[in-house]
Design a protein around this ligand. Structure first.
Ligand code: FBP
Ligand code: MG
Ligand code: MG
Length: 347
């Protein structure tokens, strides 16, 4: 049987339904066309891809040319979509688009952009919310709905393949763009992330800034077969959230960007509304877990559009274990006679 195309998948999702599903399908389709334009810009290589604009975005990150080019491409596409409001990492306040349209789109137009010049996979993360959510009429407030209210979420990854990881609320599906067919073709249906893993992703350069709970977790993984985990671990850190998330969706693993003691990192690095929420939606729909190290990301109510959040996601049992390191230090201290004399919060 021939693989389903994204177009067929979206048509079947929207068929027979009223306004909202058709609006979601049309918006995802327009995003998928815009992603081709971003991919083409990257492929042309004529853009000075690593160049910075000399400006900072709303979160204080230095803006790359390509961040802004990608943002303009997606904003332009959303002007033709049934979208009332567009919020982006690159713009301080949401932009009002079609009055009365049913959807609000939050986007990280270019994720991993600090890696552009290293030719590492980068991507675009998006979240679709009801524009009427919570009865709010203030554009900024519309994006302060908990992630569980998302109607759809996904990301494009500009890597060796251009792929779209998508959930419309029923499983997480992966499509790759076929240049031969000129269409996105489904390559994975309803991904299931293995519950257990021996692979973790964390920026270990921040070790000295972490809480004791995070340090202990990583220490225990590093001890491998000789430590309390009684097996060897593998470490991966691409420093591109979409690339780390893609790997975890394909073969399991756990990702953690915790809060740390550096100035400005008290809530970690990643943004709740347009990074953590959509990735958490995809991960939960694939049977994994996503938390702020303790509580599910999708239950958090954002307080502001560009708010950061500690972020931990991936294989269910490993994410639960990281939660226990934070919540049940005594259980961790007693888990093995060899390690039992260690207090979790030792000075
Ligand atoms: O450089 P660090 O501190 O390890 O952070 C890497 C993280 O920052 C990000 O690049 C943040 O995303 P942006 O590039 O969209 O700002 C993630 O993709 C990645 O996981
Ligand atoms: Mg990002
Ligand atoms: Mg970005």
């Amino acid at each position: 049987m021939a693989a389903a195309t994204l177009d067929a998948f979206l048509n079947s999702f929207a068929s027979g339904d009223v306004r909202i599903r058709a609006a979601v399908a049309e918006t995802v389709w327009l995003l998928s066309r815009a992603a081709l334009r971003v991919r083409d810009t990257i492929l042309q290589g004529t853009q000075d891809t690593g160049a910075t604009t000399g400006r900072q975005n709303a979160d204080g990150d230095s803006q790359k040319d390509l961040d802004v080019v990608a943002d303009n491409i997606f904003l332009d596409a959303m002007r033709r979509a049934p979208v009332a409001f567009y919020a982006s990492e690159e713009i301080e306040k949401p932009v009002a688009l079609t009055v009365g349209a049913p959807l609000a789109v939050a986007i990280d137009p270019l994720d991993g952009s600090s890696n552009i010049e290293s030719n590492v996979s980068i991507g675009t993360i998006f979240s679709l919310l009801p524009a009427s959510g919570g009865g709010a009429t203030d554009p900024a407030a519309i994006f302060l709905q908990p992630g569980r209210k998302q109607l759809a979420a996904g990301f494009f990854i500009y890597g060796p393949q251009l792929a779209l990881v998508l959930s419309l609320g029923s499983g997480t599906h992966i499509f790759a763009f076929s240049t031969r067919l000129g269409a996105y073709v489904q390559i994975h249906e309803s991904r299931i992330i293995p519950a257990k893993t021996s692979e973790f992703a964390i920026n270990a350069a921040n070790y000295r800034h972490w809480s004791e709970a995070v340090r202990l977790y990583v220490d225990d993984c590093l001890k491998g077969a000789d430590g309390p985990r009684e097996r060897d671990f593998n470490m991966r850190w691409i420093a591109s959230l979409v690339a780390d998330a893609y790997r975890i969706l394909i073969r399991g693993g756990v990702f953690c960007y915790p809060a740390d003691q550096r100035k400005g990192y008290g809530q970690g690095r990643l943004r709740l509304v347009y990074e953590a929420s959509p990735i958490a939606f995809l991960i939960e729909q694939a049977g994994g877990k996503a938390t702020d190290c303790i509580d599910p990301i999708l239950d958090l109510v954002p307080e502001s559009l560009h708010q950061r959040v500690p972020f931990c996601f991936g294989s269910r049992k490993e994410v639960e274990r990281i939660g226990r390191y934070h919540l049940e230090p005594s259980a961790i201290g007693e888990r093995h006679p060899l390690f039992g004399n260690r207090g979790l919060f030792r000075a």
